[in-house]
Design a protein around this ligand. Structure first.
Ligand SMILES: [Zn+2]
Length: 339
């Protein structure tokens, strides 16, 4: 099973200085995908988000309704079992133009799949395509939030004024402009992507990974799609986020306190004893990042993708260049806790 490998981040988000709360983002994934060589499955991507305590909603399709959607049921079960609190399952409508009978039959099958897995029928579904949105005359029984997922920010759809616009993730700047515009209007910003679109080196993956790093580094707040719908469209007050990004406070333990007078050095490397300090530095670095809640994973001394992403989040917090490399400036910042 491939492990999700985050990109090197090339830009960083500057949180609106005067905003009382962190800007809110919502992660949604379209369709269940098996993945393949070099292609992340939906399971891989959700596992990555869940490991960072990020809520995510997956809109699931049904490719074989006559047999009760066996492929999707198997994948959806494995994804839901990653974390029942963070993973939400929603339904995916048939394409625009299908009859009410076809849409209802599709929705009934998906509802059964989700109810079998979670014990409850879904409250949310997506409907998208060109001119996305639930069409006039089509209803989705039992679904509280049947929103069209649209590709541009427009709340004036002819069919349904309550469609959910999603951010353009073909550009990091465009995505963050969208987040700021939406949040300035007291609305959440929805990221909507197919897991197979997050290919290595793609701009979509870079944008996705940048937003994830900012959530971990507390420059953004992730909220669930259902919560977003409830607050965006019912006028309920938004869930307050942390008012301040985290910054390791004075008194945070020195990362290398297990060894007297030790600091992170340029000899940081995998499972190597530094000849000067005699320290397994990567493991110490991982413990430090974990104590800050940055999710470096098991302190195993191996500088893998989770450790890299935690370093990126630390760099974002500290206003350092977020490249995931523990260079001179990052070392100095960490070692300052040991002075
Ligand atoms: Zn879709």
């Amino acid at each position: 099973m491939p492990t999700y490998n985050p990109s090197f981040i090339t830009q960083q988000y500057l949180h609106t200085a005067n905003s009382p709360f962190l800007d809110k983002v919502v992660f949604t994934i379209d369709h269940l995908h098996e993945g393949g060589p070099g292609i992340y499955s939906t399971f891989d991507v959700v596992k990555h988000l869940v490991s960072k305590q990020i809520p995510v909603t997956i809109f699931i399709q049904c490719s074989d309704p006559l047999n009760f959607c066996p492929a999707e049921k198997r994948i959806a079960q494995s994804i839901y079992d990653l974390d029942h609190n963070l993973v939400s399952l929603g339904a995916h409508a048939l394409t625009r133009g299908n009859s009410q009978a076809n849409q209802s039959n599709n929705l009934d099958k998906i509802k059964d799949v989700i109810a079998d897995i979670t014990g409850a029928e879904p409250q949310i579904m997506s409907y998208h395509g060109s001119n996305a949105g639930p069409e006039n005359g089509i209803s989705y029984a039992g679904i509280t939030y049947a929103r069209g997922i649209t590709s541009v920010w427009s709340d004036a759809s002819a069919d349904n004024p309550l469609n959910t616009p999603v951010m353009n993730i073909n550009s990091v700047n465009a995505a963050y402009d969208f987040i700021q515009q939406r949040n300035a209007a007291n609305l959440s910003a929805t990221l909507f992507v197919h897991s197979v679109e997050l290919t290595s080196g793609s701009v979509k993956k870079l944008t996705f990974d940048t937003i994830v790093a900012d959530v971990i580094g507390r420059r953004l707040q992730a909220m669930s799609y259902l919560s977003a719908m409830q607050t965006d469209y019912t006028g309920a007050p938004p869930t307050p986020g942390p008012t301040q990004p985290i910054d390791p406070p004075p008194g945070t333990p020195c990362p290398l306190r297990h060894f007297a007078n030790s600091k992170i050095t340029q000899y940081l490397r995998v499972n190597k004893r530094d000849g000067v300090n005699g320290v397994f530095q990567v493991a110490e670095l991982q413990r430090f990042l974990n104590e800050l809640g940055l999710g470096a994973g098991t302190a195993d001394g191996i500088f893998g993708s989770n450790t890299k992403l935690a370093v990126i989040s630390y760099q974002i917090i500290k206003g350092l260049g977020p490249d995931g490399i523990v260079g001179a400036n990052t070392r100095a910042s960490i070692n300052a806790y040991c002075d």
